[in-house]
Design a protein around this ligand. Structure first.
Ligand code: SF4
Length: 754
């Protein structure tokens, strides 16, 4: 529960600006790291410094003193905090007692300091040595009937070197069970885009923003989830570039923003209007919006105008006819009804798109977290193909990733569906035959735990049970395990919902130095735009008993695989040796890795569509039709509302920094429901009424959350929003995109119960 009384006050000021500066100062004070934190922030995202442990937005590589945002500062301050979770803390608090505490309270307790094991007799975590911890892990893994009885989770905070070794360790162990955090966010990008353009990544680099003639930002709350991107959007607006923001929530930063490092704006309380067209779309209205724009384009072509890039289409693509037929067959009244938009606005957006010869389309979870999220992204790619918006400056598709190295982890092998060619290279480089059958993604791993076929869970970072859907069932699943292991910097609920045996293993944080027998080591991070760069910690580790993720992975491997073919000991000491192995397994993109990474700016991985090369089975970019206008299955209930789970501005994934969400005018409360005024009235409700939400889903499981405060908010009809992880219990485990495994957390069918 928040320390203070809930308060709600509409926020009309620009986002960013003095508010961001004040929030940065506040969090450094709160964590008692004003001097230490401020010094570290000077190195964050700077050559020779460390990468922000929060989102994956590229470094501006600018001349500016600071290259971080308010939310990066929160992540750093919470990592550098003076607070410590010591053995005395665990002696004082039983696990049952800790379970009563809020996620915020757990976060505020500080950094873990030494390995702990769960003592069932006392229901407390007690200290255990590192050797004992690895012995326990080895014993359990070697004791399994099958390697497929273990689940190996990865959080996007894991750097390339540790993620790569984890992927080799787990494959030598014999499984591809790699549930990872990207399964819950951009997996539709990784699974949906390859059939279209051949890669599961964005094709845009930072420099493209300086050349774009139009920018679309769809289903992404940029001011909170990638705040430094605002610098690029504001610069584009100042160049007179139209920005179309598409979102069910009028996110403040997409309306008006003050660049904190713009001294004139700060001195004059000035700001920049960001979106030239704010598209207040209904939840699930994006497909209709895209088809509306395509319909306008094809109608104008049919009327004799040339609005498509015919040369590009002829030379580089196949399949346009089906997409044309489908778009032209759509009925405007239907498009308007499903999107919740006026036809005129869709036509204005089409005009913006048609007039631009170089357009970037950025997107976030608002597009991916739907039952047909992967196909929905293919429609974004169709739109870009119509105008040849690939492989030229200022154009392309840009998934904005929410976790610092989530893309990098996938690139270096954290993948439950690895390609056979990759597995062949692993065999050739390491001399063991890797498992060929696909493994579990996140939802499947929870299902395996519920079924009792999974017996061991290892979490390399993260807060699994809070991040996944169907919280109550996830808790039950974790409790059935023989062993659960949480590798982390801070205490979280994922450590309190545990197996019969359980371990908490504390790691050296991103901002902290890594010292081995070969001297200081650095790790590498791949950002949202495929730039790989070095990250060197600048702070002393929070405790002498922490280990780097690389050493933890290597020692788990040595404990589980006594006859391993890999020289884990060498990897512990020399991170260049790891990078040399990465170069051997990925010669096409990582050759000469150890040398190239010495460039302070890092280097970009090759993205073939940037060269108009399409690594698809047919060697072409493919137009891929999608039937209908709905990215989710319709639900026949007149009182059904679509719920989108969202982050507040003071939150990073499941980490809660405070109970405030100032850009949405919410203070000291996380149990709120943003709702349309007419929808409130239609249900005989008033603002600030307390209600419950129930999920409408025919699997016989009753899902309900009570105690939500109704807030009259500019939501489209039929749409409501609330915070995760508090509302994750409402997401059925089986409610996900079949192509990617991603939970449809932005379109949950619910009803209000009073
Ligand atoms: S934009 Fe993202 S990566 Fe950059 S400082 Fe902010 S939170 Fe960190």
């Amino acid at each position: 529960m928040a320390d203070h009384k809930p308060r709600y006050k509409t926020y009309n000021a620009p986002a960013g600006g003095w508010g961001a500066a004040a929030a940065t100062a506040k969090v450094l004070l709160e964590q008692s790291v004003v001097a230490k934190g401020s010094k570290a922030l000077l190195s964050m995202n700077k050559p020779g410094g460390f990468k922000c442990p929060s989102c994956a937005y590229p470094d501006q590589a600018c001349e500016k003193i600071f290259d971080f945002c308010e939310n990066g500062a929160k992540a750093l301050a919470h990592e550098a905090t003076k607070s410590r979770v010591t053995r005395a803390f665990f002696a004082q608090h039983s696990v049952t007692e800790l379970m009563q505490q809020s996620d915020y309270w757990l976060e505020m307790q500080g950094r873990l300091t030494e390995p702990m094991r769960y003592d069932a007799a006392t229901d407390h975590y007690v200290p255990c040595g590192w050797d004992e911890a690895f012995e326990t892990i080895g014993r359990h893994l070697r004791g399994l009937d099958s390697p497929h009885q273990a689940e190996f989770y990865t959080s996007g905070r894991t750097p390339n070197e540790a993620a790569f070794l984890y992927s080799i360790f787990v494959r030598e162990f014999g499984t591809n069970n790699f549930p990872d955090c990207s399964n819950m966010c951009h997996e539709p990008t990784s699974r949906g885009l390859p059939p279209s353009i051949g890669v599961g990544k964005g094709t845009v680099v930072l420099d493209d923003f300086d050349h774009a003639e139009a920018i679309f930002v769809i289903g992404h709350n940029t001011g909170t989830n990638a705040p430094r991107m605002m610098t690029n959007l504001v610069a584009a607006r100042k160049r007179g570039i139209p920005i179309v923001a598409v979102n069910p929530m009028p996110e403040r930063a997409l309306i008006r923003f003050t660049e904190p490092q713009d001294l004139v704006q700060m001195a004059t309380f000035g700001s920049t209007p960001v979106s030239s067209e704010f598209v207040h779309i209904r939840i699930g209205g994006d497909l209709a919006f895209f088809k509306g724009i395509m319909k306008v384009m094809f109608e104008r072509e049919a009327a004799g105008e040339t609005v498509l890039d015919h040369d590009f289409i002829r030379e580089h693509t196949v399949g346009i006819d089906a997409v044309r037929e489908d778009a032209l067959a759509q009925d405007w009244a239907e498009i308007v009804a499903v999107s919740g938009l006026e036809e005129a606005q869709i036509r204005r957006c089409a005009e913006i798109y048609i007039r631009s010869s170089a357009t970037i389309i950025c997107y976030g979870m608002g597009l991916t977290q739907h039952q047909y999220g992967s196909q929905l992204l293919q429609q974004v790619s169709n739109l870009l193909l119509l105008k040849g918006n690939y492989g030229k400056p200022g154009a392309g598709i840009s998934p904005i990733r929410g976790h610092s190295n989530v893309q990098g982890d996938r690139t270096v092998g954290v993948d439950e569906k690895p390609s056979q060619a990759y597995l062949d290279r692993v065999r050739d480089v390491f001399g063991f035959e890797p498992p060929r059958e696909h493994g579990h993604h996140t939802v499947e791993s929870v299902e395996a735990m519920l079924a009792g076929t999974a017996r061991v869970f290892i979490g390399l970072g993260g807060n699994f049970v809070r991040a996944v859907p169907d919280t109550d069932r996830a808790y039950a699943a974790m409790s059935k395990l023989d062993l659960s292991v949480g590798i982390a910097t801070k205490l979280n609920r994922g450590h309190l919902v545990h197996g019969r045996e359980a371990l908490i293993l504390p790691v050296v944080a991103r901002s902290e130095r890594i010292e081995t027998s070969r001297g200081e080591q650095f790790v590498t991070i791949e950002d949202s735009m495929s730039n790989v760069s070095a990250s060197r910690g600048v702070l002393d580790p929070a405790s002498p008993d922490l280990l780097p993720e690389v050493e933890i992975v290597c020692r788990m491997a040595m404990a589980a695989l006594p006859d391993s073919r890999v020289d884990w000991r060498r990897c512990i000491d020399d991170y260049d040796a790891i990078r040399d192995l990465i170069a051997e397994v990925y010669p096409a993109i990582y050759s000469d890795f150890s040398a190239k990474i010495r460039d302070p700016a890092g280097f970009h991985l090759d993205i073939p569509p940037r060269r108009r090369v399409w690594p698809t089975p047919n060697g072409k970019a493919n137009f891929l039709p999608m039937p209908g206008l709905h990215p989710d299955d319709p639900v026949d209930d007149p009182w059904m509302l679509r719920l989108a789970t969202v982050r507040s501005h003071d939150q990073f994934n499941t980490t809660i920094y405070s109970y405030n969400d100032r850009y949405r005018g919410v203070y000291n409360d996380r149990m709120v429901l943003f709702m349309n005024a007419q929808d409130i009235a239609d249900r005989g409700l008033k603002e600030y009424d307390k209600v419950a939400l129930e999920t409408i889903f025919g699997d016989g499981v009753h899902r309900r959350i009570d105690g939500l405060t109704v807030l009259d908010y500019p939501m489209p009809r039929g749409a409501v929003a609330g915070y995760y992880p508090e509302l994750n219990p409402l997401i059925p485990l089986d409610y996900y995109d079949r192509t990617s495994g991603t939970p449809a957390a932005k379109s949950i069918p619910v009803r209000i119960v009073v």
